[in-house]
Design a protein around this ligand. Structure first.
Ligand SMILES: [Zn+2]
Length: 156
């Protein structure tokens, strides 16, 4: 059975694949700046990523709890929105942020660390030259034919 997951920006930065119903919030998208993360984000969108504002009542509940634990000052507005969305959809929050995990625990939200085993995450991206098709680790321009090297999702 595949669950609902709420993912933070690091999922796009690390290029992790998450399978299930995936949510994020609009504020997270502004944290996605690198071109690789942008490609990964666009792939998630094609695969049905839901980008939704959280409900105000959930934002209020998260804010109140975060203030009571002392984590509020360490959380960004994007973090609070993610926690609120996880409350709303009863989703598992995928994050490596300690303060987010702490507040989530107090709210009864399950979390998965990005490096933790157990969630179906896999590094399944590769860099392929659009000209000759050679695969690379880091290059953005092909040293053989000079074409652009693009990040591509590997087949599931
Ligand atoms: Zn090439």
């Amino acid at each position: 059975m595949m669950g609902a997951y709420v993912v933070d920006a690091s999922v796009f930065m690390y290029g992790l694949r998450v399978f299930g119903t995936i949510y994020t919030v609009p504020r997270v998208l502004s944290e996605v700046r690198s071109s690789d993360a942008e490609v990964i984000l666009q792939t998630f969108i094609k695969e049905g990523l839901r980008i939704e504002e959280p409900l105000q009542k959930d934002v209020d509940a998260v804010t109140e709890k975060a203030k009571s634990t002392g984590d509020y000052v360490k959380l960004s507005q994007a973090d609070i929105d993610l926690l609120a969305k996880a409350l709303e959809v009863s989703g598992t929050l995928v994050t490596d942020d300690y303060s987010v995990q702490n507040v989530a625990a107090r709210l009864g939200i399950e979390t998965q660390q990005i490096r933790q085993a157990g969630i179906k995450l896999a590094l399944s991206w590769r860099r392929r030259c659009v000209g000759c098709g050679r695969l690379y680790d880091k290059e953005t321009t092909c040293p053989v034919c000079g074409s652009e090297v693009k990040l591509k999702p590997a087949k599931r």
